[in-house]
Write a protein that binds this ligand. Sequence first.
Ligand code: ZN
Length: 98
Amino acid sequence: MTYNESERLSAVLYCPECGSKNDGATSTTQDGETTYVPQDGDIGVCMYCATIITFIDNVTRLKKVSSDELVNLDIMHPGIAAQTDRTRWTIMEMRGID
Ligand SMILES: [Zn+2]
């Protein structure tokens, strides 16, 4: 996936699962004309291993999201689990992850 320079993260973040550098972020729910700036607590998916992650510590670190945490987030924000799952499966297909 390619990112616009405006989508580069201000800090270099590493996936807590695979250790890969995640240096960009984009939104799957905002239109393409809005520059996405991640906030602590936003949910993401590692572009390398498809692990579900969240931004923490003023967007300087990533934390793995447990399945229980995702269920609780989906209660507060209905549809987030399905959206995250679709993104995750797309990355897994792109990367050839089983
Ligand atoms: Zn990863």
